[in-house]
Design a protein around this ligand. Structure first.
Ligand SMILES: Cc1ncc(COP(=O)(O)O)c(C=O)c1O
Length: 423
């Protein structure tokens, strides 16, 4: 008898169990959104679970530009960029981004996930090594797993660990180091200067995912490589439109020859439909606003500092975040789910992150802040977190009472599949 492929589906009960206990935190439906506030089943919630850092997703000028693009080009491109899907707006956005990021060329992808997958798979061959920070985003890990190159994870944000990995590789192997500029769960900023020094020693190329740093770090929000002044030393920059730029889609920026190659070899680009006109029109406008209204980024950082201080003064462990992503350490998965559920009941929208997004038993409630949160919003968020910590006994958890466990808690756990592919 043939193996029953659907057996695992029938046996999958995690989500159902969580629903039965009233703690299911995912796929929450939003009926209406103003960015910092959303409406869920008629109730208003303060949104601290999005990546809409500059509030541009709801900006009327962005929405109008998206409508204009739709009126001119239609609702969709109905085909791949390579064939019938390229419109002038795609080329304008590529040009605008290349100028903004001070790169020779840019290539748009339909999602950030595809940008990472497409570039990593197209670039690496079987004799190449891909050195990957353990906390890198799933799209990078998936790309590395699907690529012919060998995935070599290294300890989160450790140039020393990177050097130890590189030391063991044959001199002639191609080497590509990939890291998030800002890590999506911990909010850490990558130690780019340290990594680049090691990269040079071993003739490795570097690839930085700027998904959470675009619009957040560097002059005018140009990202981590500009924040550290190392734009010329990093060969590949990847970014998304799904966070500060308030929409969806992704891109790779680099040399003209890199982009020319990816345009013709990245299957995630060639075999999927181009970004819809509304998306590209909206992103073009959002990019323009981001540059002309730097006060948005200033306000984002004012809000971020307030929340770092606020959470720490309540007693929460927020790891080593330096950015608007603020992970609140809770401990067990059940506790994190309960905490998130109580937050929701109290009018706050935030979701828990559990293994394998974070280390097992060290679940967090992931919060992230926006320039459009008001002081009132933020004070209320802190008040409710403090109340729930008391109510749920958060600080009595061993994760808080055993001091040794308060360090290095956000080490990303690679899937078993990824582990087996390591050296
Ligand atoms: C670091 C990082 N890279 C890539 C992505 C994928 O981006 P997109 O949502 O545009 O597919 C994300 C999204 O969560 C991310 O956090």
């Amino acid at each position: 008898m043939a193996k029953d492929i659907f057996k695992k589906c029938r046996e999958y009960r995690d989500a159902q169990d969580a629903r039965a206990q009233g703690f299911y935190p995912y796929f929450r439906c939003i009926d209406d959104s103003r960015g910092n506030h959303v409406l869920c089943q008629g109730e208003e919630k303060i949104m601290i679970g999005s990546n809409n850092y500059l509030g541009l997703a709801q900006d009327p000028r962005v929405i109008e530009a998206a409508c204009d693009a739709t009126r001119r080009f239609g609702a969709g491109c109905t085909g791949s960029r390579l064939l019938n899907g390229t419109i002038t707006l795609h080329e304008q956005l590529e040009e605008a981004l290349a100028q903004f990021l001070q790169r020779e060329a840019v290539l748009l992808f339909s999602t950030g996930f595809f940008a990472n997958q497409g570039a990593i798979i197209a670039l690496t061959e079987s004799e190449d090594a891909i050195l990957c920070d353990r906390e890198n985003h799933a799209s990078i890990i998936e790309g590395c797993q699907a690529a012919l190159g060998q995935l070599i994870p290294f300890r989160h944000n450790s140039a020393l660990a990177l050097r130890n990995r590189l030391k063991r590789l044959p001199e002639e192997a191609g080497k590509m180091i990939i890291m998030d500029g800002v890590f999506s769960m911990s909010g850490d900023i990558a130690d780019l200067p340290g990594m680049l020094q090691v990269a040079k020693e071993y003739e490795a190329i570097t690839y930085v995912d700027e998904a959470h740093s675009l619009g957040v770090l560097g002059p005018q929000g140009r990202g981590t490589v500009h924040h550290f002044g190392v734009n010329d030393e990093v060969e590949i920059v990847m970014g998304t439109f799904s966070k500060s730029l308030g929409s969806m889609g992704g891109f790779i920026a680099g040399s003209r020859e890199l982009i020319e190659f990816l345009k013709h070899k990245a299957r995630c680009l060639i075999f999927t439909a181009a970004l819809a006109p509304a998306v590209v029109g909206g992103v073009l406008k959002a990019l323009e606003i981001m540059q002309s209204e730097p006060e948005r980024i200033d306000q984002l950082w004012t809000n971020t500092r307030k929340m770092h201080e606020g959470f720490k003064s309540i007693g929460f462990n927020i790891g080593s975040t330096q950015t608007p992503i603020v992970p609140i350490l809770i401990g067990s998965e059940a506790k994190a789910f309960r905490f998130a559920q109580r937050l929701f009941e109290e009018g706050i929208f935030a979701t828990p992150a559990v293994y394998p997004a974070v280390r097992y038993g060290e679940a967090i409630v992931r919060t992230s802040f926006m320039s459009t949160h008001t002081s009132q919003d933020l004070d209320l968020v802190l008040e409710i977190f403090a109340k729930l910590a008391r109510e749920l006994g958060t600080f009595d958890d061993p994760i808080y009472t055993e001091p040794g466990r308060r360090r290095n808690v956000f080490d990303f756990a690679l899937s078993e599949q990824a582990r087996t592919k390591t050296l």
